[in-house]
Structure formats: structure tokens, C-alpha cells
Ligand binder design. Structure first.
Ligand SMILES: [Zn+2]
Length: 158
């Protein structure tokens, strides 16, 4: 099992980033948040893979792609338990732990249809609130909270 997991993590990637332990249903949100859809390097991902700790999980492998910590921390919004492995020469050289950012600007739409950010060209801004392992976002403009199940990601692709 141990060998198998290691194989899955590093398979096909010489240098790059592997995002592991992502809830399967959040994988496309993670792709959106990181703007991976624009990647010109090989990207592979899987969902509903067996996981000892999660039951089922998703995984994304990005060749030749490295992220800044503040970019990676944004995915904690939808995948707080994700693990990030940095691969160099087929070896995991670093494991990063995600930190939930205190504030989030852009990325997410406010759930409130009346919110000014949904009517004018204003970048959204939220404070993060973590309660019982769930992340909620408190809008700085209308003070409504958006929970992680209703997150609408503003696509990062432009
Ligand atoms: Zn709002």
C-alpha cells in the first residue's frame, strides 16, 4: 500500500507539484482557483481514488508547475485537508501545509444577489471564519456569509 501510494504521487512527474487529498467533488473548483485550465504543461488528475483517510479522494499532478504559498493557500477554501508535494527529479523534496487565509479578495462570488459586488465592477472581499472544520466567508460589503458548499469561483483564467 505504501509503495502504491508513493507510485501514485510521483508517477509521470519529474518536476512539479502534486495536490493530494482533495475532496473529489471539489477538484474542479481547485482547478479553477489555481487557473490550471490555462496550463500548457501536462496536467493529470483523478477523482474517486481510494484513500485510507478520506474514503475517496481527488489528486492533481502538474508537471513543471510551482506555486507561491499564497496561491496554494487559496485552495484551502475548498480543500482544507489537501496535501501539497513538491517534486524534483521524481522525489518529494517538500511537503507544504495549507494555511487558511484570513481574508480572500477576488476568487469567490458573494452569495447575496443584492450585494454591490454582484452589480458593480468591485472585487469581492471576505473574511474567513472557520467553524467545526467548515470554512465560511463573511462578505466585507454586505456582511452575508457564503459557505463552502455554495462557493462560486470567479474563474482565474483571464
Ligand atoms: Zn456581499
Amino acid at each position: 500500500m505504501e509503495n502504491n501510494e508513493k507510485y501514485l504521487r510521483v508517477n509521470a512527474i519529474k518536476n512539479g507539484t502534486v495536490l493530494d487529498h482533495i475532496p473529489s467533488e471539489q477538484i474542479f473548483r481547485v482547478i479553477d482557483i489555481l487557473g490550471i485550465q490555462d496550463s500548457t504543461n501536462p496536467v493529470t488528475f483523478g477523482v474517486n481514488l481510494d484513500s485510507k483517510s478520506m474514503g475517496k479522494k481527488g489528486i492533481i499532478k502538474l508537471a513543471e508547475r510551482f506555486f507561491k504559498d499564497d496561491e496554494l493557500n487559496k485552495i484551502a477554501l475548498v480543500a482544507p485537508m489537501a496535501s501539497v508535494n513538491i517534486i524534483k527529479n521524481f522525489e518529494v523534496i517538500e511537503k507544504k501545509v495549507l494555511t487558511i487565509p484570513e481574508t480572500i479578495t477576488g476568487i469567490v462570488k458573494c452569495i447575496n444577489p443584492m450585494c454591490v459586488t454582484n452589480h458593480q465592477e468591485i472585487e469581492t472581499k471576505f473574511r474567513t471564519i472557520v467553524k467545526e472544520n467548515e470554512i465560511k466567508l463573511l462578505c466585507s460589503y454586505c456582511e452575508k456569509t457564503t459557505d463552502s458548499k455554495h462557493l462560486k469561483i470567479i474563474s482565474n483564467s483571464h
